[in-house]
Ligand binder design. Structure first.
Ligand SMILES: C[S@@+](CC[C@H](N)C(=O)[O-])C[C@H]1O[C@@H](n2cnc3c(N)ncnc32)[C@H](O)[C@@H]1O
Length: 315
């Protein structure tokens, strides 16, 4: 973003609505990646402008025509400059993200929450969960806690645990847990996948593990460089973490338990690796998103094939 855009802003832009329109055009012109937070430049521009002006997200529509001070325009331009020149995701600049209808603290200790699993939380994991009685739930690879917290809030009688390898991500998850007053009901555990969860049994395990290949990572937009790489990449085909989860989950699921995992684009590789494993690929309102559900029984029946694959790749 050049200083001339900055000057142009000072020359012609007076109102909050002017700045949102201008900001959306700058974001679009610069080709930034939207999708980490909002799904279009106009909504992202609105969120950035309101944040820079210390105004709430739900500001009255009449504010749109409010004239701004020069110092306020400077603050908005400075924020857009960081978004465009440094490609910092909007959620990190704002310090907040929306997920499954709740607000969470967002910063570079964990990925910006954006999993399609939000939609499953909102529908109570139906129809995949069916009539299974649920009390014990694990969010494996919980990052900043989005899935665990949204699930615990929606299901007050479920006992939810979140586990992650990253102490930084867990410290953010703990702040989000406190924000939503869930200290008494959500346990957070530092664990390399299931390693620190020996002997624990769950009715439902949900996971959004890392699943991007190293090759994909190098080609990804710069916004991703601001997120912890540990949360993104998982071996040459993106399947390392998922295969370990498939191998070890059956020991942590009750007899009729259910495992739900997001693998994104790694779906194709996983289908090739385990063509016989009955994974139910979930359709979301926007279509398929690389998320599957699988019953504990199927994992047990295919345990030998999964273990062989893990052994062959040394995971
Ligand atoms: C894609 S992020 C998902 C974070 C969060 N669940 C969400 O949906 O926003 C993957 C997370 O897995 C964690 N992770 C990576 N390897 C792990 C491992 N071996 N054991 C536990 N967590 C791991 C990362 O720290 C990161 O927080």
């Amino acid at each position: 973003m050049s200083n001339s855009s900055h000057d142009a802003a000072h020359a012609g832009l007076c109102t909050l609505a002017d700045l949102i329109r201008w900001g959306a055009a700058e974001l679009r012109r610069a080709g930034v990646l939207v999708g980490h937070s909002e799904d279009n430049p106009l909504d992202e521009a609105r969120a950035l402008v309101l944040h820079a002006l210390h105004l709430p997200h739900e500001s009255p529509a009449s504010f749109a025509q409010a004239r701004l001070l020069d110092a306020e325009i400077d603050a908005v331009c400075a924020l857009f400059r960081r978004r465009i020149d440094e490609r910092v995701p909007a959620a990190y600049l704002i310090g907040r993200a929306q997920f499954a209808g709740i607000e969470l603290i967002a910063d570079p200790r964990a990925l910006v929450p954006r999993s399609p699993i939000a939609e499953l939380i909102e529908t109570g994991f139906q129809p995949w969960l069916g009539e299974r009685p649920v009390t014990r739930v694990l969010d494996l690879c919980c990052g900043g806690g989005s899935i665990a917290i949204a699930t615990a809030l929606r299901h007050p009688h479920w006992q939810v645990s979140g586990a992650d390898l990253s102490a930084e991500a867990l410290s953010l998850a703990a702040e989000n847990r406190a924000l939503h007053r869930l200290d008494h009901r959500l346990r957070l555990v530092e664990s390399n996948l299931f390693d620190a969860l020996g002997g624990e049994i769950y009715d439902l395990i949900v996971s959004n593990p890392p699943y991007i290949t190293e090759a994909e990572y190098t080609a990804m937009p710069d916004e991703y460089r601001h997120e912890p790489k540990l949360g993104l990449t998982s071996g040459t085909d993106g399947c390392d973490a998922c295969l370990r989860i498939l191998r070890d989950a059956s020991a942590h699921l009750c007899e009729d338990g259910l495992l739900i995992v997001e693998v994104g684009e790694a779906e194709r590789a996983l289908r090739r690796l385990l063509p016989e494993l009955p994974l139910a690929w979930i359709r979301f309102s926007v279509g398929p998103m690389g998320v599957f559900a699988v019953a504990a029984g199927a994992l047990r029946r295919h345990a030998a094939a999964i273990a062989d694959l893990c052994a062959a790749r040394g995971v």
